[in-house]
Structures are given as C-alpha cells and as structure tokens.
Design a binder for this molecule. Structure first.
Ligand code: AMP
Length: 464
C-alpha cells in the first residue's frame, strides 16, 4: 500500500510502527461557527481513509482535537455577549451532529483543548527546561532558531519566515517565534507557572497527541492550509520536547473545496454550511461528490456538479435494485439456474472489479479511479442483466461486491429510500422505452414516434 507523504512529497510504502495498530490524528475544527462543506470534504476523506485501513486489517485509533480555545471563539463570544466556553460547546455539538448526518463516525476520541491544560503546561515546561522556549512579559515563546529543522514540512526556510511580519511583539527574540502561552488577565484564562493566560494554538495539538499517542505516531492529517504554520510548529514543539524524530511518519493533507476557484472559508464568506446543504441534498450524494475527486486535489463545488454526482450514484443504486429484484425472483420461485460456462466471464469480471478497487485504494486512496472501475463494470453488467440470464450465484456475488465496496466507502447502495421518486420515474421511462421498442419491431412507427414525441416534451431524448 502506498501513501503520499507531504514530508517527502512522494508516495511511500505504508509501513506503520506496529504491524496491526495505527495511530491517526486529524486536526479538528475551531468551534466558533457552523461547519461548512469545505470541512466536510476533509473529514469525509479521512473517514474513507480510516474505513479502508480497517478493511486492510489494521486497528485504527482515530484521534481528533477540538480547538475550543482560540481568539476567533473569544471574539465571536464577545460579539454575541455569551461565555466563550458556552459558544464553543454549542458549535462542537453542532459539528458532531453534522458529522453524524454525513456518516462520519469513525473518530474514537474527540479531545478538547480545555480538558488538557495540565498536559499543555507540562509540555511548555519541558520546552523551557530544554532551552527551546523562553518567557517574556507577554508570554512564553518557542525559539525557532533553536530548531534547525524548522520548515522541513512546508519547505520554507527561516529567512523567508522573518520578513513581511506586522505587529511585531518587541519582547520576542525573533519575530518568527510563536506563542506557547499567552499571558492574559481577561477570560478565558487558566493559572500557570507564568501567571494567568491561555495556550497558543499549536501546543494544544501536540499536548493532546502526546497524551494519547506518545511523542511519535503514524499518520497526521488535515487540510492543506494547515501545513504552515500549524503543522510546522507542531513538529518543532514535539521533536524538541521529546528529542525524537520524526514526530509523525506520514503527513496527509486534503486539497481545498473551492467555489469558483476560491477556497471555501468562513473568513471569505463564500461558504455553505453542512446543515444548509443537507436541507436539499442527500448526504450520500455529497459523499459521492467528494469521492469523485482525489483527496489531495482541489474540488470545485457547484450545484451542477452535485447533481451530476446524484445521477451517477443513482446509476449504481439502479443496478443494485435490478440485482436485488432478480435475486428475489429466484428466492420466490426457488428455481435456480446453474452458473453457465458463459457466465464465467462475468464472474472473472467481478473478481477483477474487486482487484481494481483494491489496487486503486492501495495507490494513495485513488477514489476517482475506483469510481471509473465501478462504472466500467456496470456497463458490462447491465448488458447481461438485461438478457436476464444470470444465475443466482452470479447475482449474489455482484451484490456482495457492491455491498463490500459500499461499506468501505461509506455507502449503502441498496438503500434507495431517498431516491424512490427518481427511481419510479426512471422505471416508468424504461417501461415506455421497452413498449416502444416492441412497437418498432412490429413496424408500428406511428405509435412509436408518438411515444418519442411525448417524451421529448419532458426533455427526454430517445436515440435509436
Ligand atoms: P478550521 O476549523 O478552519 O481549523 O478547519 C478544520 C479543518 O477543515 C482543517 O483541517 C482545515 O484544513 C479544513 N478545511 C477548512 N476549510 C476547508 C476547505 N475549503 N476545503 C477543505 N478543507 C477545509
């Protein structure tokens, strides 16, 4: 299995520290507002990654932090005249509900920064003791010059980092040094050896990962925007505090969900919340939309693209309906037909579809390739299913294939409850087309043309 590692910018063989157990950490949201579908893109991607690793036989411990101490939360709480903790709790709850709606349910522990203040303080103390951090009258800072590897993930060098800085805190040794502890007297604040205040953003995550995973673990994920400065700072903190390198073996980053080429974000105001989207769209359709692009590539959101995904998903569901119906017919009649020799070719296609699926996923979770394989298979299969000459065994194996692929990708392809009306329309069209075909065979062109013209009134084009 190969995974693209942002650290090396290459696909690498996946060799976790333990043969069976994987420690996966993904940066969670800053909870000050509703989560949007850009967040959903990242978390659905890691949901699928976890599901696939489990399918490969690993036990995956998936840890996610909740950033519930942050300037954005404090500002928003002040604007709304409520306590920052109350605001954070409210949006954390909504975020977790959104994830449930989206079928993202693989996170084993959500760890809040607020619940890990002692671990944060202890990690800062270690950094001070080892000479990587210093205290000033405004806070405690990590001294970047002391960590020569700073910039190894983002491939920036220290000189690049010190220019273009505004609002420089003159108490710091170097403008690029970042805060581990911010001395404050207004809430939210906690006691510390350096007086009251609150932690910096980056140390929240390394204190949490050290608590659950220790200083080294297998996979760290997040969106592309977090590579710098957040993940770079995490490496500096943890590798300096522990003296062990690398902190993380595989760095995985998702591409942005964009709108008209621009990253969807709260600050740009071009966002659609997950809740809003789900008012009109099936979560399975959105998942399908996410999957149709590789997780590292940008994905442009539009309603048209979503509708396209809906059509594609419906094609898979329709196949499953046909398969299930044919299976039911066999079950009711209790007649079976032996698997004929001519069917061997289909059975081997099922095997190769399964192999192609695994090969594509083994190759850095190439979900678009998975989908194109599925549609190739459907095209082939539809031809034969129309002739209605498949045995129960072949049908069952087709169903098993789609059930397996579906559960790894997070779909129940047989669940068409949300698409009933679409399916009824499609089935009626299929019936009309069959009748028309019979009319044409009987050379009753007058009536067959009438059907075609009537369908055209509903923008359905019939091509012979
Ligand atoms: P935030 O709440 O902004 O810290 O974001 C939480 C996670 O969602 C991070 O991993 C971000 O990189 C990711 N994220 C935010 N916006 C987008 C977007 N438009 N597309 C993909 N991922 C995003």
């Amino acid at each position: 299995m190969k995974i693209y590692n942002t650290m090396s910018r290459e696909k690498e063989d996946f060799e976790p520290a333990s043969e069976k157990r994987i420690k996966l950490f993904v940066c969670g949201p800053t909870v000050y507002d509703d989560a949007h579908i850009g967040h959903a893109r990242t978390y659905i991607s890691f949901d699928i990654i976890k599901r696939y690793l489990e399918f490969k036989g690993f036990f995956v411990f998936y840890l996610q932090n909740i950033t519930d101490i942050d300037d954005k939360i404090i500002i928003r709480a002040a604007e709304s005249n409520i306590d920052p903790e109350e605001l954070a709790r409210k949006y954390e709850k909504l975020y977790r509900e959104d994830m449930e709606f989206l079928g993202v349910n693989g996170v084993n522990i959500y760890a809040r920064a607020r619940d890990h203040i002692p671990e944060i303080i202890s990690q800062i103390q270690t950094l001070i003791e080892k000479g990587f951090a210093y205290e000033t009258e405004t806070g405690v800072y990590f001294e970047e010059d002391k960590f020569p590897d700073y910039g190894k993930l983002s491939r920036r060098n220290l000189e690049d980092l010190t220019v273009h800085r505004v609002n420089i805190d003159l108490t710091k040794k170097n403008p690029a040094d970042f805060a581990l502890w911010k001395k404050r007297t207004e809430k939210p604040l906690w006691d510390s050896p350096w007086g009251t205040g609150r932690p910096g953003w980056h140390i929240e995550d390394t204190a949490i990962t050290e608590e659950y995973f220790g200083p080294q673990y297998d996979i760290h994920g997040g969106g592309l925007d977090l590579i710098f400065p957040h993940h770079e700072a995490e490496i500096a903190q943890m590798e300096s505090a522990s003296g062990k390198s690398p902190m993380v073996k595989y760095w995985m980053h998702t591409g942005f969900l964009n709108v008209s080429g621009e990253k969807m974000s709260k600050s740009l105001g071009n966002f659609i919340t997950i809740r809003k989207l789900l008012e009109n769209h099936d979560p399975q359709v959105f998942r399908f939309f996410v999957l149709s692009t590789h997780y590292r590539s940008p994905i442009d959101f539009s309603v048209d693209a979503l509708e396209q995904s809906e059509k594609s998903l419906n094609r898979i569901q329709r196949l499953l309906i046909k398969v299930n119906e044919s299976l039911e017919e066999y079950n009711n009649s209790e007649n079976d037909k032996p698997t004929s020799e001519s069917e061997d070719i289909y059975l081997s296609k099922i095997d190769s579809a399964r192999d192609e699926f695994i090969n594509a996923m083994d190759n850095d979770f190439n979900t678009p390739l998975v989908l194109s394989g599925i549609f190739n298979f459907i095209r082939e299969f539809n031809k034969d299913l129309k002739n209605n000459n498949l045995s129960k065994n072949t049908l069952q194996r087709t169903k098993d294939l789609f059930d397996d692929v579906g559960s790894i990708l997070g779909f129940n392809f047989s669940d068409t409850s949300k698409n009933d009306s679409d399916d009824i329309s499609q089935n009626l069209i299929d019936i009309l087309l069959e009748v028309r075909q019979k009319l044409r065979e009987d050379k009753n062109y007058e009536l067959s043309d009438e059907i075609r013209n009537k369908l055209a009134q509903y923008n359905i084009t019939v091509e012979d």
